[in-house]
Ligand binder design. Structure first.
Ligand code: SF4
Length: 106
C-alpha cells in the first residue's frame, strides 16, 4: 500500500511540476513586452515586424526568405507567430520579422 501511495505521489508531483513549468513559460512570455520598431536597438539593427519591409539599402545582408522563424536566436518553434529574442532582452518579436543579427537556424 505504501508503495502505491509513493508511486502516486511521484506521478502527481511530476505532473504538477510539469504544469508549473508550462505556466511559468506562458507567464514569462505574457509579461515580456513586444519589441517595437521604434526601440533604439531595433532601429539600429533594422528590425521590422514584417521582414519584407527591411530597408535593403541600409541592410544589404537581408535576403528574401529570411525571417525570425528561421533565425537561430528565435526562442520559439518555427511555427510560432511570435517569440522572445535574446538580441532584444527577450522582448517578443514577430515570426515574420527580421533584424541584422539574423543567423540561419541550424
Ligand atoms: Fe529575429 Fe533573429 Fe533578429 Fe531576433 S536576432 S529579431 S529572431 S532576426
Amino acid at each position: 500500500m505504501a508503495n502505491r501511495r509513493d508511486f502516486l505521489g511521484v506521478v502527481l508531483g511530476a505532473a504538477s511540476a510539469s504544469a508549473m513549468a508550462t505556466a511559468m513559460r506562458a507567464n514569462a512570455q505574457a509579461k515580456a513586452p513586444e519589441l517595437e520598431e521604434s526601440d533604439p536597438v531595433a532601429t539600429a539593427l533594422g528590425y521590422k515586424k514584417d521582414g519584407t519591409k527591411v530597408d535593403k539599402a541600409k541592410f544589404p545582408k537581408y535576403a528574401a526568405g529570411q525571417a525570425c522563424t528561421n533565425c537561430q536566436l528565435y526562442q520559439g518553434k518555427p511555427t510560432d507567430a511570435s517569440a522572445p529574442c535574446p538580441t532584444f532582452a527577450m522582448k517578443i518579436v514577430q515570426g515574420k520579422g527580421w533584424c541584422n543579427a539574423w543567423v540561419k537556424r541550424a
